[in-house]
Design a protein around this ligand. Structure first.
Ligand code: PMP
Length: 292
């Protein structure tokens, strides 16, 4: 099956304050964002035409840019309205939303203080995968070769395009070897996250997840912690070393794209997707469609 490339679709894309025909939303090859990775983005989902946690994502986009030393020239309210306009004008119900901000072409060297900041928002159909029995089989992961960098080495709290370089390499290697994804350790050898999702484990009914101090503290991660606590589960955010995985019962990933996805295997460790993951898959499915 051939998939229509993303630059050859129809619809509208919001760019710098205007809705453009999809194919006209272009940038010049001499853009700082492309050469020097001065680029931040978001990944969001709409359910039933409404973007889940839109405000939190808009705020994170602005925060990500500030960490890279640039200011997005739109408020959270502006971004929220623009995102909703993109969903509405394309006529989407369940879709993925991709806001992105990058430095333009005024300065083409490392220093780029005077560059204009560009912002675009696109969206595409992406029905959520709530076929629970398929999900409950669990995905297989390998350990990634790359580690999440020390916060003194990279701006790891920003959802910055440059930080995804090691994720793409790791995910390619995992898929080549027949795995769904790779689990990345952090710079100190502790369990961190996957290439585009956070990770949770269960032991004796309690949730255990790494402290998000050198990787993205996902909006889904925080939602899952909240849902689990509402169910009366204990949630421990703590340092987790890889050899502890032998004593864990369940494991699952979570993220805007992954939603809640059970894991069956990580390297030599095996997990049995069970009731905790099933409950949180269902609670998450309800939460994202709940009228706010
Ligand atoms: N970690 C990484 C590296 C990601 O790309 C994502 C997806 N944005 C997440 C975690 C999960 O974040 P969220 O729940 O906010 O989508």
């Amino acid at each position: 099956m051939s998939i229509l490339p993303f630059d050859q679709r129809d619809g509208v894309i919001w760019m710098n304050g205007r809705l453009l025909p999809w194919r006209d939303a272009k940038i010049h090859v001499l853009s700082h964002g492309l050469h020097y990775a001065s680029c931040v983005f978001e990944g969001e989902r709409a359910y039933g035409g409404r973007i889940f946690k839109s405000r939190e994502h808009s705020q994170r986009l602005r925060d990500s840019a500030r960490i890279l030393d640039f200011e997005i020239p739109y408020t959270v309210d502006d971004l929220d309205a623009a995102k909703q306009a993109v969903v509405d004008r394309n006529g989407f119900s369940d879709c993925y939303v991709r806001p992105i901000a990058w430095r333009g072409s005024e300065m083409m060297a490392v220093a780029a203080q005077n560059s204009t900041i560009n912002v675009a928002i696109a969206a595409w159909d992406w029905p959520s995968m709530f076929d629970i029995e398929t999900k409950m089989q669990g995905v297989r992961l390998e350990f990634a070769e790359y580690r999440r960098p020390d916060p003194q080495t990279a701006p790891c709290m920003s959802k910055a395009a440059g930080l995804y370089m090691i994720c793409t390499i790791s995910k390619h290697r995992a898929e080549r070897r027949g795995f769904a994804d790779a689990l990345m350790l952090d710079w100190q050898g502790r369990v961190a996250e996957c290439t585009g999702a956070n990770i949770f484990f269960t032991r004796d009914g309690a949730l255990h997840t790494p402290i998000a101090d050198c990787f993205l503290d996902g909006i889904t991660r925080r939602t899952v912690i909240d849902l689990a606590r509402r169910r009366g589960m204990e949630v421990h955010e703590r340092r987790i070393m890889p050899d502890e995985l032998a004593g864990m019962n369940e494991c699952f990933l979570c993220g805007t794209g992954a939603e809640v996805t059970p894991v069956a295997e990580i390297g030599p460790y095996r997990f049995r997707p069970g009731n905790v993951a099933r409950t949180l898959i269902e609670d998450y499915a309800t939460e994202v469609r709940r009228a706010s």
